[in-house]
Design a protein around this ligand. Structure first.
Ligand code: NAP
Length: 313
């Protein structure tokens, strides 16, 4: 397969990646976005995005993703649907191996985001797609009229519970503490939608026949055990950054995110990290998009320094 060269390669087509591509393309740079599945990353699995400015009525996450992709394409950014299998980030130019062949680029923007964290219970992997799910908007319809539980207490868990409450007969939210981590704006909505919260409780086992049939629960304060019959479990207990590809090539923080400050510059000159994959306090679509603009700025600075023969970010 042939090698295609670009000024900038963006790995990952979420809001951070596509904003970086938009800004780089508008600076006249040749840009490719390498995306595994479809534009949007985690955003594309969100039913309704209500906190991205400019959409006063809210917008479906998949549609917002498609719009970001088209906007970057309008200025010449290319998208290649390819699975990246290897990178050489210190090489010059930088090299990317993928299912669609090899790419080289002078600057690389890491925008691979994060994936749902598993609970780590025995049988969890085998029950994935047989009652255990990680994305309510993707799989909720399979549980129409049924009883489901959602594990977690963050924004994702609460949004999932609210989404499922419109489809399912009964929704339980199981949280290990006595207080939600999710934004206060959701708390009343949970009550109004009839979502029942089981506080201070952890899931200790998954009951199964051919599919999930229920959960074994333990009260973290009293140790009391009980069973909860349900048809589905949506796991929403946070995310793990998708950084395996870059291990050993860029510095990571203690939690496995790519170490980069607000400049998005990583430990490797010419390599930038944007969005959920980067060390940061607030992981939102709008902060990922902001990272994309910042990365494009420093990538441009790097490309100019390369042209002048300096080559340091
Ligand atoms: P999160 O905010 O990290 O919340 C994870 C939740 O899962 C926490 O409540 C945590 O409990 C619980 N948890 C973690 N590990 C667990 C385990 N092993 N067993 C049981 N419970 C466990 O993750 P998230 O909800 O996926 O959100 C990720 C980021 O995206 C956040 O910054 C969030 O604000 C953002 N986000 C924003 C929106 C929005 O603004 N509309 C929507 C979705 C996500 P503790 O509370 O006890 O730690």
């Amino acid at each position: 397969m042939s090698t295609a060269h670009y000024d900038v390669a963006v790995i990952g087509g979420g809001p951070g990646g596509y904003t970086a591509a938009l800004y780089c393309a508008r600076s006249g740079r040749s840009v490719v976005v390498l995306e595994k599945l479809s534009a949007g990353g985690q955003m594309a699995t969100t039913d309704q995005v209500d906190n991205y400015p400019g959409f006063d009525e809210g917008i479906n996450g998949f549609e917002l993703a498609e719009r970001m992709e088209r906007q970057a394409q309008r200025f010449g950014a290319a998208t290649v649907y390819a699975e990246v299998t290897g990178v050489e980030l210190s090489a010059c130019p930088k090299r990317i191996e993928s299912s669609e062949g090899e790419f080289t680029a002078d600057a690389v923007i890491l925008a691979t985001g994060a994936s749902p964290r598993e609970l780590g219970l025995p049988g969890e992997g085998a029950l994935r797609g047989r009652g255990v799910a990680y994305c309510a908007t993707c799989d909720g319809m399979f549980f129409k009229g049924k009883t489901v539980a959602v594990a977690g207490g963050g924004n994702t868990a609460v949004e999932d519970a609210l989404y499922l409450s419109r489809l399912c007969k009964k929704v339980w939210l199981i949280h290990r503490r006595d207080r939600l981590r999710a934004s206060a704006v959701y708390h009343r909505a949970l009550e109004e939608q009839g979502v029942e919260i089981i506080w201070n409780t952890r899931i200790t086992a998954l009951r199964r026949e051919k599919r999930l049939t229920g959960l074994e629960l333990e009260d973290v304060n009293t140790g009391a055990r009980r069973e909860l019959e349900c048809d589905g479990l949506f796991v929403a207990v946070g995310r793990v950054p998708d950084t395996a590809l870059f291990a050993g090539q860029v510095d990571m923080d203690g939690a496995g995110y790519v170490a980069a400050d607000e400049s998005t510059r990583t430990s490797v000159p010419g390599v930038f990290a944007v969005g959920d994959v980067r060390t940061k306090a607030v992981r939102q679509i709008v902060t990922a998009a902001a990272d994309g603009a910042v990365a494009a700025h420093y990538a441009e600075e790097y490309l100019l320094s390369l042209a002048e023969g300096e080559g340091s970010a």
